[in-house]
Design a protein around this ligand. Structure first.
Ligand code: NCD
Ligand code: ZN
Length: 373
């Protein structure tokens, strides 16, 4: 049984950091575990322009400085936190222009554009209702400039069963999108189904520069849990995220994809902080807060299928495949975890008095992060 995992520092390719006080509460957890993160733009109002993305990035870096100045961190931890590099994303709306895409491509700050189908998830009302009908010119510009489209892949048609919305999206949007924009680079975000895993496995060619055209991120909760977790002993709001957890057959397919060594699958926590009282209410928010302990959960998932014996598979998923897709260097330094039991706190400080309940609150994890250098 391996006792220590050492890999190149990982990145989180799908993360919600929020803004203001909430940002200040959560940013350190990510900066202590990941060297870079693709930061989601679903703020209120959303981040739709390069100027807004640059300003938001500044607020993230300022929040890290504030955490270093006021928090109880070691010198080594502060150094790790200060090396955190937020990679920014624009929120695609019907008004996004090809000019803004060109500006994004030349910005050095914005790495992708995010599609939220209108009404699909938290803060998605400014999103797009008909991608292919509404955004043709912008998608062409993204193809031309090599700017990836990050996709929340669920149809929003209320006639479609909530557990089938991703599979329906594969056929009604993903397939036509790949046909009409064959050189558009796409990340199918937080995949949750066998259909999505198969689609990404079978349809990812490379562009003329040898870059992958289609990839997917996978969250820790979708690797470790099926939809039973939502109803275990009663309604469990802290397990509710979108896309919602699926059946066991899908979880197995995701585990297979993540541990396959295929370059198109990489880590994206979708850590999405919501205050405790907003999760535990009659109409609770979607989103699991996993950032502080996500790496231990990914290790547990890999270990479940015997994929930790060859730590290179874990490193590919956590630290190599993402940078390769985005054309970025692999992080220098090292990330180390020890097999050491760790009890997840039942609540962490957050903006409001109610605090925030992390994923797996009160449970014991097998792995403890010991070092990011
Ligand atoms: C995310 C959030 O809270 O911003 N929620 C979630 O359930 N994943 C939005 C999203 O990524 O869908
Ligand atoms: Zn998300």
């Amino acid at each position: 049984m391996i006792q220590t995992i050492q890999i190149a520092p990982p990145d989180d390719w799908h993360l919600h950091l929020r803004d203001g006080e909430a940002l200040e509460c959560v940013v350190a957890a990510t900066a202590l575990n990941f060297r870079r993160a693709i930061v989601m733009p679903n703020l209120r109002p959303p981040v739709t322009t390069v100027d807004q993305a640059v300003a938001y990035r500044g607020r993230i870096l300022a929040a890290i400085e504030k955490a270093c100045a006021t928090g109880n961190y070691t010198v080594e931890e502060k150094a790790a936190m200060r090396r955190f590099d937020p990679l920014m994303v624009l929120y695609l709306t019907g008004a996004t222009s090809p000019h803004e895409i060109e500006k994004a491509a030349n910005s050095g700050v914005v790495k992708a554009v995010k599609l939220y189908p209108a009404g699909a998830t938290t803060n998605s009302d400014a999103g797009v209702s008909d991608l292919l009908g509404q955004c043709g010119a912008v998608l062409h510009a993204m193809e031309e400039h090599g700017v990836p489209l990050l996709v929340h892949g669920e149809v929003t048609d209320t006639d479609v069963d909530v557990f089938d919305r991703e599979a329906a999206f594969v056929e009604t949007v993903m397939r036509p999108l790949r046909t009409r924009f064959p050189n558009l680079r796409v990340v199918f975000e937080h995949i949750t189904t066998e259909q999505a895993a198969t689609f990404v496995t079978e349809n990812s060619g490379r562009d003329s520069q040898g870059r992958l055209l289609l990839a997917a991120t996978i969250t820790p909760q979708h690797l470790l849990y099926n939809r039973n977790a939502l109803f275990k002993g009663g309604l469990q709001p802290h397990w509710y995220c979108l896309p919602v957890l699926k059946r066991e057959v899908h979880r197995k397919a995701l585990l297979k994809a993540a541990t396959s060594g295929l370059p198109q699958f990489f880590l994206g926590t979708d850590s999405a902080p919501h205050a405790k009282h907003l999760k535990e209410m009659s109409c609770g928010c979607a989103g699991c807060y996993s950032a502080p302990y996500a790496m231990a959960m990914y290790a547990e998932a890999f270990e479940q299928v015997g994929a930790l014996n060859d730590v290179s598979l874990f490193e590919q998923f956590c630290s190599l495949n993402g940078p390769a897709f985005y054309g970025l260097p692999v992080n220098e330094g090292a990330f180390v975890m020890q097999r050491k039991k760790f009890e997840v706190p039942t609540s962490l400080p957050f903006v409001t008095e109610s605090g925030i309940v992390p994923l797996r609150a009160g449970e014991t994890l097998d792995w403890t992060v010991t070092r990011l250098v």
